[in-house]
Ligand binder design. Structure first.
Ligand code: BES
Ligand code: ZN
Ligand code: ZN
Length: 480
């Protein structure tokens, strides 16, 4: 689908994509395709140089049929974020216009544009699979020629990042009658085999043997057994791994602390953290960075039955800590507790947990910013750096002792799973922190960011695959 070539304005393409800024000198070769009229067309407003505005014009001369101009605005508008979004817009236009032979004049945008283009193209042209009975017409992939001194690795890396995101999106979109703990584990095994990863699926009996009383309590009301999914990516010899732990609640009814009827719709997406982990492993499998990464997913649904766990229950987690259950809807932290404890058996250098954990993060930070907690500023800074490059925004919330104290407050147990409404995003993270100990740790609450209510330049509405690219980027540039 991708080709590399040097730019030659007289070559024949169906469309060439060109960035055009307000202050730019007009390239002679480009100008020749319009009989020297590009400047006039800009002045008359027939070509827009406004940021992100797309103008498509047929050429007056040469072999290429048309030019798709992307307005670059002023020089300081040319940011990584904008360029990626513009390419997303271009990709969507290619799809709607049915363009099949497109060349991209990369140098008219910015350095490193090849990687940005392929990443944006993968993400922007993605459509969620549906279960509609009428089959979808297959569309032919276009030929995309990247013009300039392009490295094949850049193309492949962009594609790998986009594909990882799309894996997470697809899984998050799947309904809970189809994506159960069992089928999620099957998917993980298939992914592991495809990329030659070591994997392990722990069954309920093994979890009982390990004393995973927290995860098992959440599963108690279910007819579907839980799974603890472990993937091992090895890109380095003797090096402690980074552990990425995902909440894989395939459906969250709230349990006996049941959700209201409006709040329950969409809870198929409560395995968004698990989806991020699997999306990340897809990217790792394709990019093969020189690092070691362990992925751990606690998978179960949170259901109601005569067997289900209840408020007031006291349960014992794998690390021996006892927990007073005050709210069965605060189940994600229980699942993460045992998943984190299990991840620690690999003696990781860092633990990163990813979860659709609280409605509180939505109230605090809205739908575009992932809420974080950390016990390690250096680790947080590397997340921040990566997130600036991917434009997946993150914000650190306070991990003060006052929150930890409240998580530890119980007359009957070591911890309680729901200290109250005020600050509850932080309580969720602080609870997980009780199982992390001293290992450098990042908690990513993606309840606000894992789905979006409207499409944007980089994809449809619905699951976003958030944090796949940021974590991949962080691992790619990891300092030992
Ligand atoms: N899965 C939810 C969090 C959630 C809310 C995800 C909205 C996506 C959108 C989580 O298990 C939950 O129910 N959290 C409770 C915690 C409370 C009981 C302390 C919440 O946020 O209300
Ligand atoms: Zn819940
Ligand atoms: Zn949940």
């Amino acid at each position: 689908m991708y080709q590399i070539a040097q730019l030659n304005w007289t070559d024949s393409y169906e469309t060439i994509v060109v960035g055009i800024g307000a202050a730019d000198a007009i390239d002679e070769g480009l100008d020749a395709l319009f009989n020297g009229r590009v400047k006039t067309l800009i002045q008359s407003g027939d070509i827009s140089t406004k940021t992100g505005e797309v103008t498509v014009l047929p050429t007056f001369a040469g072999e290429t049929t048309r030019i798709l101009f992307v307005g670059l605005g002023q020089r300081n508008d040319i940011t990584t974020e904008n360029v990626r979004n513009w390419f997303g817009k271009v990709a969507k236009q290619m799809k709607t216009r049915g363009l099949k032979d497109v060349a991209v004049a990369l140098h008219t945008f910015t350095d490193g544009a090849a990687r940005m283009f392929t990443e944006a193209y993968e993400m922007a042209t993605y459509e969620h699979p549906t279960y509609k009975s009428a089959p979808k017409e297959a569309v032919e992939e276009p030929t995309i020629t990247l013009l300039g001194d392009v490295d094949q690795t850049d193309i492949d890396t962009g594609v790998a990042y986009g594909k990882g995101v799309n894996v997470a999106r697809t899984l998050t979109m799947m309904p809970a009658n189809i994506l159960t703990a069992e089928t999620l584990a099957d998917y993980a095994v298939e992914l592991a085999k495809r990329h030659d990863f070591k994997y392990r699926i722990l069954e309920k009996e093994e979890m009982e043997g390990l004393g995973m009383g927290a995860l098992l309590a959440v599963n108690q009301g279910s007819t579907i057994p839980p799974k603890l999914i472990v993937l091992e990516y090895r890109g380095a010899e003797e090096e402690a791994p980074i552990a990425v732990v995902g909440k894989g609640v395939t459906f969250d009814t709230g349990g006996y602390s049941i959700k209201p009827k409006d709040g329950i719709v969409g809870m198929k997406g409560d395995m968004g953290g698990a989806a991020t982990v699997l999306g990340l492993f897809e990217t790792l499998g394709l990019t093969r960075p020189k690092r070691n990464v362990i992925g751990v997913i606690g998978a179960t649904d949170n259901m109601i039955s005569g067997d289900a766990f209840k408020p007031d229950d006291v349960i014992t987690a794998m690390n021996g800590k006892t927990i007073e259950v005050l709210n069965t809807d605060a189940e994600g932290r229980l699942v993460l507790a045992d998943a984190v404890t299990f991840a620690k058996t690999y003696e990781p250098t860092a633990i990163i947990d990813v979860a659709t954990l609280t409605g509180g993060v939505l109230v605090a930070l809205g739908t575009d910013v992932t809420g974080c907690l950390t016990n390690d500023d250096t680790l947080y800074r590397s997340l921040e750096t990566a997130s600036r490059e991917t434009n997946e925004l993150v914000w650190q919330m306070p991990y003060f002792d006052v929150f930890i104290d409240k998580v530890r407050k119980s007359e009957v147990a070591d911890l309680n799973n729901s200290p109250g409404r005020f600050g509850h995003m932080i309580f969720g993270g602080a609870f997980v922190g009780e199982f992390v100990g001293d290992t450098p740790w990042l908690h990513l609450d993606i309840a606000g960011t894992s789905e979006r209510a409207a499409a944007n330049d980089l994809g449809p509405k619905g699951p976003t695959g958030v944090m796949v690219r940021t974590l991949a980027r962080m691992i790619e540039s990891w300092e030992r």
